[in-house]
Design a protein around this ligand. Structure first.
Ligand code: SF4
Length: 312
């Protein structure tokens, strides 16, 4: 399954996810990644799935949702790896636009120094770029990038993209306690955001089980201070995503096993949300224990909450 959801998203409304990268193929291995450590680090772009196969799956899913009276707000490229590694991303965006849906891409920005990547992303309606640090040592500690990547080249590409892009550009920064949340690190981030001028600079904290056990969210007082400092220095709108928000709007689209496995391959789910999805089925059948026993679904605990993730 390449298509999953829709998943309710605070930023995008009902977002139909497109998982067009094989499990954990990424240019980063972020210490907070909710999908675990990266299996295959790469920075070369590559064709993974035929664009026509992606288009057909999306079209079919939209038809199925429409039959049930459900719509989506965005088709979102948010795979369990880095979306711009897909050589066919531009073609896929162009094809999906024929379905008259808005297209979003959530990228770690590591390939934005490439002109072909900027050109592909330019066709999307909404793009989120990750900027976790502006200092190279901090970036290496938080995002653990592929060895051939260079942060200053990447950031120059992001600024270049921001100047040309006509759609809605937002940034996301994951703050990790003791790693990238110092006053100095936030000051440098604010200077860069002042150049990029995103519509919204989202600040996030780890809310799902991270790749490394010692990763923690900064204390609340630090988070408030961070938002204030960035707002003041960069003059941009700052919003928090802290995981304390209610996650309403998950539902089963017909096959609970397929829904659970396709969503949790990218987006680990809290146990309460899985229960809501089970209840939203016509027969209310609970297959979670069976999937866990078969080793298809993994159980995790983080900050006192139970999560499920697909075994990748
Ligand atoms: S958080 Fe995103 S960019 Fe970082 S390792 Fe995971 S998939 Fe890659």
């Amino acid at each position: 399954m390449i298509v999953y959801g829709p998943v309710p998203s605070r930023r995008l409304g009902q977002s139909l996810g497109i998982n067009h990268i094989p499990p954990k193929v990424c240019s980063y291995s972020c210490c907070y990644c909710q999908l675990g450590r990266t299996d295959k680090m790469q920075i070369e772009r590559q064709a993974f799935y035929p664009p026509q196969a992606i288009f057909s799956e999306v079209e079919q899913k939209l038809q199925q949702l429409m039959k049930n009276g459900q719509g989506v707000d965005y088709l979102t490229f948010v795979p369990d790896g880095e979306p711009t590694l897909d050589l066919n991303l531009g073609t896929e965006i162009a094809m999906l636009k024929l379905l008259r849906q808005k297209i979003a891409v959530i990228t770690n920005a590591s390939l934005l120094w490439r002109e072909d990547v900027r050109k592909d992303l330019a066709e999307a309606d909404w793009v989120s770029v990750k900027i976790d640090a502006v200092d190279s040592n901090i970036w290496r500690a938080v995002d653990r990038p592929h060895g051939a990547l260079d942060l200053s080249t990447i950031l120059a590409g992001v600024v270049d993209f921001a100047r040309q892009y006509k759609g809605q550009l937002v940034t996301e920064t994951m703050l990790v306690d003791g790693l990238n949340d110092s006053t100095e690190a936030l000051g440098k981030l604010a200077e860069l955001l002042a150049l990029i001028r995103p519509e919204i600079a989202y600040l996030l904290v780890p809310t799902r089980p991270p790749a490394e056990r010692n990763v923690r969210r900064p204390p609340n007082a630090r988070l408030l201070e961070a938002a204030r400092a960035i707002r003041r220095a960069a003059g941009v709108t700052v919003e928090w995503i802290t995981g304390d928000e209610r996650e309403d709007g998950f539902f089963c689209t017909g096959d609970i096993v397929e829904d659970l496995l396709s969503i949790t391959a990218v987006h680990p789910l809290r146990a309460e949300i899985v229960n809501e999805m089970i209840k939203s089925q016509v027969n209310g059948e609970n297959r979670v224990d069976e999937l866990v026993k078969q080793g298809l679904l993994l159980e995790f605990w983080y900050e006192g909450k139970k999560f499920y993730r697909k075994q990748l």
